[in-house]
Each structure stands twice: as structure tokens, then as C-alpha cells.
Ligand binder design. Structure first.
Ligand SMILES: Cc1ncc(COP(=O)(O)O)c(C=O)c1O
Length: 366
């Protein structure tokens, strides 16, 4: 079977270095909040050209702690794209109301226009999700947010390495949130995440919130959970960060190859915008015959996935949020997309002959 994503492949080529890094942690006797964490935070900050990186337990925690750090209240709204399934849980964890928002047809990401249609006087933050690795144009969204005094949080879980102009995503809004889930562009062998920001006050608060609200050990300023990026995971990330630029280049070359083999109407987005560098985390096509395409691929031994099969406003967990009842809401673009999208096998190390086999079957049945 040809897998859609292949975490094993993302680690096995660095095995000797990863084993060495893990052994170093074992021998150090420090497994949390040590030098691997601070080393990774510094190196990732240098990579992104941002002042502060705070490692946390997961991408979900990165979102939750970011919202807590801006002082979100339980009666306030946070705008979340209706097709970004994991994002909603990070927002819900903060206790605030996730307010779902439809997306643009071509990119399947939010825009100033779609955001404006769901703004309320209670809106405190917008979470912009760079879905599949495709950067969202930030200027208009940031202008809108500045005008209304709203925070912009970038969810970069799927977009490590994506750029707008010369700047990496995650450095445009007030805060950027990253996930190092095993299949991500920069990934670890378990859970892991990071919050990045140029606002040192926010960074300091997140440093406290990830550790019982402590300013110094055993002195807590505000009650909080703990959420720490473990030393072993940080050590693995430090190995993999050295190869990230090369891996992104490989993803981009493969992404362009896939795009050239397919018709514009089946691509997301149809055309690439000049000046944007796609991070190519997932390669997602759209088809009116999605379920048949999935079956035909499977018959050829090719696995595919759907990111994501149900819009957030259809999820039983989110039928009622505060004063909002979602069963009566309609987000046509997100609803249609969930029936059309399909993620194809796509990861660094996928052999060219396998890529060709995937593309041949897709072209036949899309
Ligand atoms: C867009 C997006 N946001 C948030 C998350 C949550 O990250 P994690 O799984 O590390 O909690 C993910 C990853 O699953 C994601 O893809």
C-alpha cells in the first residue's frame, strides 16, 4: 500500500543523528525544561527571524495558551475557519466561543471578506489557518483587525516553511502557533508545539502558562495547567530543523510536479499567487467524483485521506456554542469543499515512480 503520509519515512533517514540526540538526553538526566528546549527555541526563532519562541505540549495547546495569554474571556468570540477541524479544539480549550466562518472558494482559506460576515462586538481574535501549507494573504486581515482592535493569531500547524514575500508565516499576526505532530513539515516523535511572537509580554505570559502560571519555581501568579515540549522531542526537532529548508524544497518541487500534471479546476488554489511560497504540507485536489476517485485509488493500492470530512458547524460537539446554534447555519463553500477534497500521497522521499502512479490514476478518475 502507498500511504498518504509517512511519518516513519520522515525520521528514518535521520536515524543515526536522532538516536544520538535521544541518547544524549537519556544521559543528561534532564527530561523536561532543559537545554534541548531552550536550544530549540533559540534555533527556531533564528529560523523564523522572530524574537520569541515558546515550546509547548502540542499545537492545540499553543492555540489555547495563546488565547489565554491575550486575556480572552468566556463570553468573547474567536473567529475560526469552518473547515479547519483541529483548530476549533485549541480555541474551545480557552473557554471562549469559536465563531465559525466560511472560506474563499479558490483557496479554502478565510479572507477579510468572509471574516467581516461573522464579526460581532464580542470578537476578540481571528485565527487565520494557513491550510494545507498555503499562506493566507495577511495584509487586509491585519488592517481589518487593527481597525477593530482584534488580535490576529496565525495557525501555522500545516505551514512550517511557507512564506509571504521573504517572511515566514507565523510572523505576520500578533502570535503564530505551530504543531510538531509526527506527520507535519517539522515533526517530532509524539506531540509538540510552539508559540511564536515578537510581543515579549505575551511570550512571558505563555512561558508562565505552560508551567502552572509560575514566574519562579513554586510561585504561581495565575492558575494554569502545564504544557511542556519534552527534552527528547526538542532534541529530535533540533536534528530535523537542520534539514527543514531542504525538505521544504523537496515538497515544493513535488508540489509543482503534481500541479503540472493536473487541471487547474482540480487544484487548490487554481493558480498560485506570485510572491507566496507554498509550504506544501498536504497535496489536496478537488473532484465532483471524490468518493469514486478515493475508491479507484485504493483499488490500485494508493491510500488517500480527507482533510476534513465534516465542516465544524456540523460537528455534534459544536452544535451549540454560547448563544449560537449552528444547526441552522449554512457555510456553502466549506460544505461543498468537504464533499470534494482529497489528500493524495505526498511526503519527502516519495519515489518519482510512485508519484507517477498516483498521478496516472488521479488523472483517469478525477
Ligand atoms: C491546522 C491545525 N491546527 C491545529 C492542529 C493541532 O495540532 P496538535 O495535533 O499538535 O495538537 C493541527 C494538527 O493536527 C492542525 O493541522
Amino acid at each position: 500500500m502507498i500511504p498518504t503520509l509517512n511519518p516513519k519515512e520522515l525520521f528514518s533517514k535521520y536515524r543515526p543523528e536522532i538516536v544520538e540526540a535521544i541518547e544524549k538526553v537519556i544521559d543528561s538526566g534532564v527530561y523536561l525544561m532543559g537545554e534541548e528546549l531552550s536550544g530549540f527555541e533559540k534555533e527556531f526563532a533564528d529560523f523564523l527571524e522572530i524574537q520569541n519562541v515558546v515550546g509547548v505540549g502540542s499545537g492545540t495547546d499553543a492555540l489555547t495558551l495563546s488565547l489565554k495569554a491575550i486575556g480572552i474571556r468566556s463570553d468573547e468570540d474567536v473567529i475560526v475557519p469552518d473547515n479547519a477541524y483541529p483548530t476549533a479544539f485549541g480555541v474551545a480549550g480557552s473557554g471562549a466561543h469559536a465563531r465559525f466562518c466560511d472560506v474563499e472558494k479558490d483557496t479554502l482559506t478565510i479572507s477579510a471578506k468572509t471574516i467581516e460576515s461573522v464579526l460581532t462586538t464580542k470578537t476578540k481574535a481571528i485565527v487565520v489557518v494557513h491550510l494545507y501549507g498555503m499562506p493566507v494573504l495577511m495584509d487586509e486581515i491585519i488592517n481589518l483587525a487593527r481597525r477593530l482592535n482584534i488580535y490576529v493569531i496565525e495557525d501555522c500547524a500545516q505551514a512550517v516553511g511557507a512564506k509571504i514575500g521573504n517572511k515566514y508565516v507565523g510572523t505576520f499576526g500578533d502570535i503564530g502557533c505551530f504543531s510538531f505532530y509526527p506527520t507535519k513539515n517539522l515533526s517530532t516523535m509524539g506531540d509538540g508545539g510552539a508559540v511564536v511572537t515578537n510581543d515579549t509580554k505575551i511570550a512571558d505570559r505563555i512561558r508562565r502558562l505552560r508551567m502552572y502560571g509560575e514566574d519562579i519555581r513554586y510561585h504561581s501568579l495565575e492558575s494554569s495547567t502545564h504544557s511542556r515540549l519534552e527534552e527528547i522531542q526538542a532534541a529530535i526537532l533540533r536534528v530535523k530543523l537542520q534539514y527543514l529548508r531542504d525538505e521544504i524544497k523537496e515538497r515544493q518541487a513535488m508540489g509543482l510536479r503534481y500541479r503540472e500534471a493536473l487541471k487547474q479546476e482540480n487544484l487548490i488554489p487554481g493558480l498560485l499567487t506570485k510572491g507566496l511560497t507554498h509550504g506544501y504540507h498536504l497535496f489536496v485536489v478537488r473532484s465532483n467524483n471524490r468518493d469514486r476517485l478515493k475508491e479507484k485509488l485504493e483499488a490500485e493500492g494508493i491510500m488517500s485521506l480527507i482533510h476534513y470530512p465534516q465542516p465544524l458547524h456540523f460537528q455534534p460537539a459544536f452544535q451549540k456554542i454560547g448563544h449560537m446554534t449552528y444547526s441552522t447555519r449554512h457555510f456553502p463553500v466549506s460544505e461543498n469543499a468537504s464533499k470534494q477534497i482529497l489528500s493524495l500521497p505526498f511526503y519527502p522521499g516519495l519515489p518519482v515512480e510512485t508519484q507517477d502512479k498516483v498521478l496516472e490514476t488521479v488523472r483517469l478518475w478525477i
